[in-house]
Ligand binder design. Structure first.
Ligand code: NAP
Length: 278
C-alpha cells in the first residue's frame, strides 16, 4: 500500500510509456519487501535539468534517465562515475547529501549478463556492431574489462569514436562478415532484428561454433541472430540480461541492497509478453 512513508524512485524520458523500468523496479521492491514505488515521468526534451533539480527537494530516492535526456543528465550531475564521464551520458541519478551523482549502468549491466552466461571478456576479441548510445556503453565497459574491441558501424566517424572508448579498432561496415571469424564474441548493438523481422546484423553463415553471440535487442528475445548462432554451435546471450542487470545496479545503488534478479527477469518477461513484444 502506498502511504506517507513510501519512498519514490522515477524514470524520466520522452517517450517513456513503453518503458519496462517500472515493471522491473516495482517487482524488485515487492520481492525485497521494501516500501518503495517507481513511476515513469514523461519529461519533454529541454526540461531534464529542471526535473533533476527538483529531485533533492522532493526527497526522490533515485532517478533513471532515458532518451532524450542522458547527455543533459550528465551535465546536471555534480559527480560522475568514470564510465558516465567517459560517455558523457547518465542513465542513473542518485541524490547524495543534496547533490546529484550520475552513473551509467548499461555497460556494467552488459558485463553482468555476460558473466551470468559464463563469459569473461578479458583478453577476448569482440566484434561490436553499432556505434550508438548502447554500443558506446558496451565498448567502454568491455574496454575496462580488458577485451580487444573491434567496432563496425555504417558511420565510420561514429565507429572510430566508439572504438576509442575501449582503446580498440574498427573494421569497415562492408567487411563485418569476414571480421566475424577473427572474434570470439559478436555483439549486436544495432536495432537490426528488432520486431522479429528475421534480419541479422552479420550473415548467419559467418558465425562459428564456440563463439559467443550477444544481442542487445530484446523484442523479440530470441532474435534471428541468436537462433542462427545456436544452429551453428555458438552460444547465444539475449538482451534481457543487460536490461535486468542495469536496473539491478540502480537498485543496489539507491537501496544499498542486492536486487532480486530472478524476480526482475520474470517481471520483464511478463511485461514483454503482455505488450506483445516477447
Ligand atoms: P542508437 O543510439 O539509435 O544507435 C543505433 C546504432 O545502430 C547506430 O550505430 C546506428 O547507425 C545503427 N543502426 C541503426 N539501424 C541500422 C541499420 N539498419 N543498419 C546498420 N546500422 C544501423 O540506439 P541504441 O540506444 O544504441 O540502441 C541500439 C539497440 O540496442 C536497440 O535495439 C535498443 O533497443 C537496444 N538496447 C538494449 C538494451 C538492453 O538493456 N538490452 C539497452 C540499450 C539499448 P547510424 O548512427 O548510422 O544510424
Amino acid at each position: 500500500m502506498i502511504s506517507a512513508r513510501t519512498r519514490l524512485a522515477v524514470v524520466i524520458g520522452d517517450p517513456v510509456r513503453h518503458s519496462l523500468s517500472p515493471a522491473l523496479h516495482n517487482a524488485a521492491y515487492r520481492e525485497m519487501g521494501i516500501d518503495w514505488v517507481y513511476v515513469a515521468l514523461e519529461v519533454p526534451a529541454g526540461s531534464a535539468g529542471a526535473a533533476l533539480a527538483g529531485l533533492a527537494a522532493l526527497g526522490i530516492a533515485g532517478c533513471s534517465v532515458t532518451m532524450p535526456h542522458k547527455t543533459a543528465a550528465a551535465e546536471a550531475c555534480a559527480v560522475l562515475t568514470p564510465a558516465a564521464a567517459a560517455l558523457r551520458s547518465v542513465n542513473t541519478v542518485t541524490v547524495v547529501d543534496g547533490h546529484l551523482e550520475g552513473d551509467s549502468t548499461d555497460g556494467p549491466g552488459f558485463l553482468a549478463a555476460l558473466a551470468e552466461a559464463g563469459v569473461v571478456p578479458s583478453g577476448l576479441r569482440v566484434l561490436l556492431c553499432g556505434a550508438g548510445g548502447a554500443a558506446r556503453a558496451v565498448a567502454d565497459a568491455l574496454g575496462r574489462a580488458g577485451a580487444d574491441v573491434v567496432v563496425t558501424a555504417r558511420r565510420t566517424d561514429a565507429a572510430a569514436e566508439t572504438a576509442a572508448l575501449a582503446g580498440g579498432s574498427t573494421v569497415p561496415w562492408t567487411d563485418r562478415d569476414s571480421a566475424v571469424s577473427e572474434c570470439a564474441v559478436v555483439v549486436n548493438a544495432t536495432p537490426i532484428g528488432m520486431g522479429g523481422d528475421g534480419a541479422t546484423v552479420v550473415a548467419p553463415g559467418a558465425l562459428l561454433p564456440g563463439q559467443i553471440v550477444a544481442d542487445l535487442v530484446y523484442h523479440p528475445l530470441d532474435t534471428a541472430l541468436l537462433r542462427a548462432a545456436r544452429e551453428r554451435g555458438a552460444q547465444s546471450v539475449d538482451g534481457l540480461g543487460m536490461l535486468v542487470h542495469q536496473a539491478a545496479l540502480q537498485i543496489r545503488r539507491w537501496t544499498g541492497s542486492e536486487a532480486p534478479i530472478a524476480a526482475m527477469r520474470t517481471a520483464a518477461r511478463a511485461e514483454l509478453t503482455e505488450s506483445g513484444r516477447a
